[in-house]
Design a protein around this ligand. Structure first.
Ligand SMILES: [Mg+2]
Length: 291
């Protein structure tokens, strides 16, 4: 294993098992790497409050925080820390009210379409920074584990088929794009099976920003960057997992590792290492001891 100068990683399911799990283990491994000058990027769909209960800045020494960055809200926010160790917004992609209402309307029309033509019930979360979440499995509560659950893909496919919808998850992505266009908004839809997410950015926008503004500016090459996640694999053909959006034109020559343990349907440039969070933690420890 080579020594990387920039490490991008997903949070839920990759760094911690869920957002309520203790963070001490991963924090104790990232602090010495940050101290060595390694750039670390947490790329997550969630908010700062949901990562270490919003206390990352108090768990990491101020001199290390300058090497830590967060790309959150599936492309909505790129965050860093100033010299005083305070969280700062480096860039954001927040729609104005007109654009916001078009996103919301498009999500509501997807709900209406599925209910009217197929009798499929959905719930919508409207309060995310630049996207809506359309819940396709309204009966299914994920409890504390908010990431993709293994049986959800077949459950949602069964649900669609049992209502006569034969286009599958890929069809829903296309539907979301089409209804977006009708509402004059370029929706970039993604899905983790339970949720169809309709927004204007993805994790790819976080990665593009940091590749340009941090990796490039520090003369770090793609060869010296790696990406870790637990949802790289395609859910079904034509439907990438949420971490696969981290593979962008800027990052595609970097190294990609998936800890999910599922090796089928991985994008070509992703290595399936399995082992869940322990695998990522072990990697961090190994990196610390390489020079
Ligand atoms: Mg994850």
């Amino acid at each position: 294993m080579k020594k990387y100068k920039a490490i991008f990683f997903d949070w839920d399911g990759t760094a911690v098992i869920n957002r309520w799990a203790p963070v001490d283990s991963v924090i104790s491994k990232i602090i010495p790497l940050l101290d060595q000058g390694i750039k670390l990027f947490i790329i997550s769909g969630t908010t700062y409050e949901n990562i270490a209960a919003g206390s990352l800045h108090s768990l990491i020494p101020v001199n290390c925080l300058k090497n830590l960055f967060l790309g959150l809200g599936r492309g909505a926010y790129n965050l860093g820390f100033n010299d005083a160790g305070e969280l700062i917004v480096l860039s954001s992609a927040i729609p104005d009210i007109e654009q916001r209402l078009r996103i919301d309307k498009a999500a509501f029309e997807v709900h209406q379409y599925l209910l009217k033509h197929y009798g499929i019930k959905t719930d919508i979360v409207f309060s995310r920074p630049n996207y809506c979440k359309v819940d396709l499995l309204v009966e299914n509560d994920r409890k504390e584990n908010l990431f993709l659950q293994s049986d959800e893909i077949s459950r949602v496919q069964d649900l669609l088929l049992s209502h006569g919808y034969t286009y599958g998850l890929a069809g829903l992505l296309e539907l979301a794009r089409k209804i977006g266009k009708q509402n004059d908004i370029d929706i970039i839809p993604t899905t983790d099976a339970k949720y169809l997410e309709m927004g204007i950015t993805t994790k790819g926008d976080n990665v593009s920003y940091f590749m340009q503004h941090v990796v490039g500016k520090n003369n770090i090459t793609c060869n010296e960057c790696c990406f870790w996640g637990d949802e790289f694999r395609y859910l079904v053909e034509g439907v990438p997992g949420s971490d696969a959006y981290m593979i962008t034109p800027e990052s595609s020559d970097c190294d990609f590792f998936d800890v999910s343990g599922e090796t089928s349907l991985l994008p070509g440039n992703v290595v399936g290492v399995g082992g869940s969070i322990e695998s990522f933690h072990k990697f961090l420890t190994q990196q610390l001891n390489l020079y």
